[in-house]
Design a protein around this ligand. Structure first.
Ligand code: GNR
Ligand code: NI
Length: 168
């Protein structure tokens, strides 16, 4: 089992735009397995390759209670988004921060699985939130960027203070 280190906000590498996967080979399947191991170990309900400094369009998600429903989304494409929901989001790249974010209630996404097979995913509620949160990571976007300037400033202050405390 390989656990990968997760980049922490405000690391600028989190703003890198991920490239599409062009070849579905063993290296992609290994990346998917390592992402899943890292997500389950964290624990989190999703993880994007961007968060482990691999800038390819690869996402793993598991929102199931039993942690046995892994979804792998490679080169995801949003086909439809409708409705509105508010969810208290967290992010493994911004530990300790939980804030309400507005998202589409329902999304339809087309993606490839680890073997390169194209599939359609219809998602709502938490799964839809997670899909949108992870697809944002692939575009270099972190959920705190949706918050007010004031909330972002407070988060940065808190992180700076914590870093200074660790350095002291
Ligand atoms: O573990 C996670 N929980 C979560 C909760 C609400 C909305 C989104 C998420 S995703 C997050 C894991 C993560 O950082 N994925 O990028
Ligand atoms: Ni995240």
């Amino acid at each position: 089992m390989a656990l990968l280190p997760i980049l922490r906000f405000p690391d600028t590498r989190l703003h890198t735009v991920a490239a599409p996967v062009t070849i579905f080979d063993d290296s992609i399947r290994t990346l998917v397995r390592n992402l899943a191991d890292t997500m389950y170990e964290a624990p989190g309900v999703g993880l994007a390759a961007t968060q482990v400094n691999v800038h390819k369009q690869v996402i793993v998600i598991d929102v199931s209670e039993a942690r046995n429903d892994l979804k792998v989304l490679i080169n995801p494409r949003l086909l439809k988004a409708d409705g509105i929901q508010f969810c208290e989001e967290g992010c493994l790249s911004v530990p300790g921060v939980y804030e309400e974010v507005q998202r589409a209630l329902h999304v339809q996404v087309e993606a490839h699985d680890a073997d390169g097979k194209l599939f359609l995913l219809e998602a709502q509620d938490l799964l839809a939130v997670c899909v949108q949160h992870e697809m944002d990571h692939l575009k270099g976007r972190v959920f705190v960027e949706y918050l007010s300037r004031m909330k972002q400033a407070r988060i940065r202050q808190r992180i700076d203070k914590e870093l200074r405390r660790k350095a002291a």
